[in-house]
Design a protein around this ligand. Structure first.
Ligand code: NAD
Length: 318
């Protein structure tokens, strides 16, 4: 792939057994739903186009992001470009505290997503934040219903997403899925994805997607949103990491590079809506890693390294 400056930049990896060739850097479209802050719709649209020009071909959204706003804006931005990219959306999560993983709800949800995304199929349909559902329902009802949607041609592949690693593992061990998306479990603040999920995904050749390389914005110079679930000690540790980099290196680039170095993850999703972020993040694909700096950052994070927060139903939190 050649970028607009004529240089080779993007790298591609195969997403597990799906055979899809996805860009190492993926476009997280939650910011298009104003999830982190208000975004400029015109700039967001240009950010999507710039990302495509730079060879980013993997786009991730959900009806939940901005309560359908992200899907709407992404659909508009992709007009005429849909077939250049691999499009992933989700189902089951409707609002912060509203979930419905029933076959009826997800079947209706995918039709609505397709309308908003202005397409007749998605490449990947994922059950969104499975820890908020009943594990047995996800296994017995949700995944089979998603397979039926796949047979109908509405989704080429299906997967699951969520935060507690063991719950993702428990589900994937019981019912075949094509992909697993894990977030905030592999970046300079934390690497326990590799203890729990990666060995299984690798063995079963399941496509592994790593999201939130900046720990949902904590590893950046910008203030994290109020809803960020990290407890105060984790936020303080992230501030220490940011401080370490205030000598001419960009913490966001360092964190992203660390994630891109993973040897099994097919695509790392970073949330983007600004042109300058797309430029900065694409540049990281060609940048070198700095293991000594990562060691320094880890020392600055101290005991907060590998710390987690609760997410989902009590029985699914571990
Ligand atoms: P992230 O770690 O990618 O951080 C995003 C934040 O960092 C945003 O505020 C963005 O403006 C900012 N940012 C991006 N590039 C930057 C740069 N170069 N310099 C400074 N700041 C920069 O967190 P995320 O957006 O939550 O995760 C990425 C994507 O992964 C999401 O958009 C979403 O598509 C997906 N995701 C999915 C799930 C799920 O399915 N459960 C959970 C989390 C994330």
């Amino acid at each position: 792939m050649t970028n607009i400056a004529g240089n080779e930049v993007m790298e591609y990896r195969t997403l597990g057994r799906t055979g899809l060739k996805v860009s190492l850097l993926g476009f997280g479209a939650s910011p298009l739903g104003d999830v982190f802050r208000k975004t400029d719709p015109a700039e967001s649209q240009r950010a999507v186009h710039l990302a495509i020009d730079h060879g980013i071909n993997y786009f991730d959204t959900s009806p939940y992001y901005g309560r359908t706003l992200s899907e709407q804006r992404l659909g508009q931005a992709l007009a005429g470009k849909r077939h250049q990219i691999i499009l992933a959306t989700k189902c089951g999560r409707i609002d912060a505290d509203v979930f419905d993983f029933s076959p009826k709800a997800i079947t209706a949800s995918v039709d609505e997503s397709l309308r908003r995304l202005q397409t007749d199929y998605v490449d990947l349909l994922q059950a969104h934040d499975v820890e908020f559902g009943g594990v047995q329902q996800i296994i017995d009802e949700t995944i089979p219903a998603m397979r039926r949607l796949q047979q109908q041609g509405k989704a080429r592949f299906i997967g699951i997403t969520g935060y507690p690693l063991k719950t993702l593992l428990r589900i994937a061990e019981k019912v075949p899925v094509d992909t697993i998306l894990s977030y905030c479990h592999y970046n300079p603040m934390i690497t326990d994805m590799d203890d729990v999920l990666t060995p299984f995904a690798r063995r079963e050749k399941i496509g592994l997607i790593n999201a939130s390389p900046l720990h949902m914005g904590l590893l950046s110079e910008r203030a994290a949103p109020d809803w960020h679930p990290a407890p105060p000690e984790l936020r303080a540790a992230a501030k220490n990491a940011v401080e370490i980099c205030r000598r001419g290196v960009d913490i966001a680039s360092v964190a992203l590079r660390f994630c891109l170095d993973h040897d099994y993850v097919s695509t790392t999703l970073v949330g983007m809506s600004r042109l300058k972020d797309v430029e900065a993040n694409v540049a990281v694909v060609r940048a070198r890693s700095d293991p000594a700096l990562i060691q320094e950052i880890r020392a600055a994070i101290g005991p907060a390294f590998n710390c987690v927060w609760p997410s989902g139903r009590i029985e699914n939190q571990n």
